[in-house]
Design a protein around this ligand. Structure first.
Ligand code: PRP
Ligand code: URA
Length: 209
């Protein structure tokens, strides 16, 4: 079974509390989402493999460590996942970005794929799938399925808020995918929205409602 990493940090909790408030406008919402994504990326990248190298400082030779291993890829689930890309890229600027477009059918709550564009060497990369909301888990599972079909084997999922139902669904379908999340909320409502949640993340990021 995969591990659920609930990233608890005062800065993340404070910003998320502001984002949840219905009075918070698009500009502030988007900025805080980016900031939280950057803070989360610090934890998500904690286990990246390192290698020892010999260098020379102005003072002397020494052995130090740098990143080794696979290159990274960030895969936002459109639309709302886009709001997390820049924050993560601030810490891993060399990452390539693949996009998976999914929307949730409001009747069935099932994800519908409408776009997929990935780096050509995607299967060789350590991938971080990003989407602020993990509700039923249908969208995250569909995105991960899509990556695995293309041979990807190293995948993490990073979300802001998850419902217990969504977390369980991803763990069941993809026991090899660790989940990083800033908050685990109470439940889903009858329309598949997270309660208390923050509403529709895509609409709040892009001002479409
Ligand atoms: C939202 C959200 C997730 C999905 C979560 O996207 O950004 O992708 O719903 O729900 P699930 O876990 O039940 O699949 P939405 O379908 O509203 O599309 P949007 O980002 O384009 O607004
Ligand atoms: N998508 C959202 O944007 N918010 C939710 O609460 C559930 C799905």
């Amino acid at each position: 079974m995969s591990t659920v990493h609930e990233i608890k940090h005062p800065l993340i909790e404070h910003k998320l509390s502001l984002m949840r408030q219905k009075e918070t406008g698009t500009k502030d919402f988007r900025e805080m989402l980016g900031e939280i994504a950057m803070l989360m990326a610090y934890e998500v990248t904690r286990d990246l493999p390192m290698k020892e190298i010999e260098i020379e400082t102005p003072m002397s030779k020494c052995t130090t460590r740098m990143l080794s291993g696979k290159k990274m890829g960030i895969v936002p689930i459109l639309r709302a996942g886009l709001g997390m890309v820049d924050g993560i890229m601030q810490l891993v600027p060399a990452a390539k970005v693949g996009h998976i477009g999914l929307y949730r059918d409001p009747e069935t709550l099932l994800p519908v794929e409408y776009y997929c564009k990935l780096p050509p060497d995607v299967q060789e990369r350590e991938l971080i799938v990003v989407d602020p909301m993990l509700a039923t888990g249908g969208s995250a599972n569909a995105a991960i399925d899509c990556l695995k079909k293309r041979g990807c084997t190293s995948i993490k999922l990073v979300s802001l808020i998850g419902a217990p139902e969504g977390i369980e669904a991803v763990q069941k379908a993809h026991p090899d995918v660790d989940i990083y999340i800033a908050a685990i909320d109470e439940r889903l409502d009858d329309h598949g929205y997270i309660v208390p949640g923050l509403g529709d993340a895509g609409d709040r990021i892009f001002g479409t409602k």
